[in-house]
Design a protein around this ligand. Structure first.
Ligand code: ZN
Ligand code: FE
Length: 255
């Protein structure tokens, strides 16, 4: 039985997730942005919280750890490189470690950049990746603790996943990201089409997350540093992709 995934809007623009292995009933919260919203979802589904899987230490991802742990006695798994900053951490994991949820399994990718120890959970067999604040629909996380070279390498790991992989991002930033993407990649037809679709979805209050790898490769400027059109728009034709990525990120910070 496949992984069941429940998306939970939290705070102003976060998404929390509950995931459940259908065979064993083991359930994990991906990050803990809002204890009440997560508990409400658990109440409605009747699921029992077995684990918290943290992506990084920011309060809107790990802030609910201790309250949920006290209530559910769940085991908290999180990034090794941020072990001292994850409240209640029981098990620290890093690149290529495997985390089991019942009979489902996730491979861990280290994706430093947004924070120094950020990790991603890739459920390969289920075609799903929980990417925290590393990649967003048409965007990526701000570089609070990492370098452009680190973030480019982290995004490249996500870009290398199978094209149909669904990317479960931690924020609904899509509409603002699309506006920026159009400013640096104005001749990208796939991007124009998607931006219009996103406007429609948001006008109807519909989430634009999850996205998928194929869609991001076609429209996300932070994955397209090797694209000639994007390079031309930034006047960086032939430049190193890290340099193109860094310039794109710098422009987004000032957009
Ligand atoms: Zn964050
Ligand atoms: Fe966040």
């Amino acid at each position: 039985m496949a992984l069941e995934i429940l998306q939970i809007p939290c705070l102003s623009d976060n998404y929390g997730y509950l995931i459940r292995d259908g065979e064993t009933g083991e359930t994990a919260a991906i990050d803990t942005p809002d204890v009440n919203a997560i508990n409400q979802a658990l109440g409605e589904t009747g699921w029992t919280l077995t684990y918290i899987f943290n992506t990084h230490h920011h309060w809107d991802h790990a802030g609910g750890n201790l309250a949920l742990k006290e209530q559910w006695s769940c085991e908290i798994i999180g990034p090794k490189a941020e072990a001292d900053r994850i409240p209640g951490l029981d098990r620290a994991v890093g690149q290529d470690d495997v985390v089991m949820l019942g009979k489902s399994s996730a491979i861990i990718y280290d994706t430093p950049g947004h924070t120094s120890g950020h990790i991603v959970y890739h459920f390969e067999e289920d075609g799903a990746a929980f990417v925290g604040d590393t990649i967003f629909a048409m965007g990526c996380g701000r570089l609070f603790e990492g370098t452009p070279a680190q973030m480019w390498a982290s995004l490249s790991k996500i870009a290398s996943m199978p094209k149909a992989t669904k990317l479960y991002c931690a924020h609904e930033y899509t509409q603002a990201n699309a506006a920026f993407a159009l400013s640096v990649d104005p001749h990208n037809e796939a991007l124009k089409k998607r931006a219009a679709e996103v406007d429609q979805l948001r006008a109807a209050g519909t989430p634009t997350v999850p996205t998928d790898v194929a869609r991001e490769l076609a429209t996300n400027p932070f994955l397209r540093a090797e694209d000639k059109g994007l390079q031309a728009a930034l006047e960086l034709v032939g430049s190193d992709p890290v340099e193109v990525f860094a310039e794109t990120r710098r422009r987004k910070d000032n957009f």
